[in-house]
Write a protein that binds this ligand. Structure first.
Ligand code: HEC
Ligand code: HEC
Length: 89
């Protein structure tokens, strides 16, 4: 199927990037997508994820010579809501 709503990634990157999204954020496919319509932007999480991807790409371009050093996993560690401070001791 030809992708209909890619604004950041290329069609040949879908599989690898979606796999990294799932592993990075702990969300499953339906955490960001609506059943039967992967192109839809109706789900808030998908819109946020695209902004996050743009942020990560900008960070890597500006600070890491374009190498993929910062990933979704860097902050998210497999959770939808990253920690902003360490757990209390
Ligand atoms: C964290 C959110 C997130 C998760 C989890 C996720 N996706 Fe996505 N998906 C996106 C975003 C954002 C885009 C659009 C990327 C862009 O604009 O370049 C996208 C695009 C797609 C597209 C292209 C749709 C089109 O026609 O434009 C497909 C197919 C897709 N995802 C499948 C999957 C599958 C299968 C999974 C589970 C393995 C998955 N996604 C998990 C956020 C997510
Ligand atoms: C610099 C750290 C950082 C990176 C890197 C990062 N995120 Fe996030 N992300 C956050 C923070 C902080 C929040 C807000 C969490 C909250 O509100 O509890 C968030 C929220 C989200 C949410 C919304 C969760 C919700 O339920 O509202 C999604 C989806 C998401 N990120 C996806 C991604 C994806 C996909 C990537 C990789 C492209 C990514 N993030 C990379 C820090 C990051």
């Amino acid at each position: 199927m030809t992708p209909k709503n890619l604004k950041v990634i290329k069609p040949e990157e879908i599989r690898a990037v979606m796999g990294a999204f799932v592993a990075g954020t702990g969300l499953n496919c339906m955490g960001c997508h609506i059943q039967g319509d992967f192109a839809s932007d109706d789900k808030h999480e998908k819109v946020v994820a695209r902004k996050m991807l743009e942020m990560v790409n900008a960070l890597n371009a500006k600070s890491f010579n374009g190498a993929a050093k910062v990933t979704c996993f860097t902050c998210h560690r497999g959770e939808a809501h990253p920690k902003t401070a360490p757990d209390p001791k």
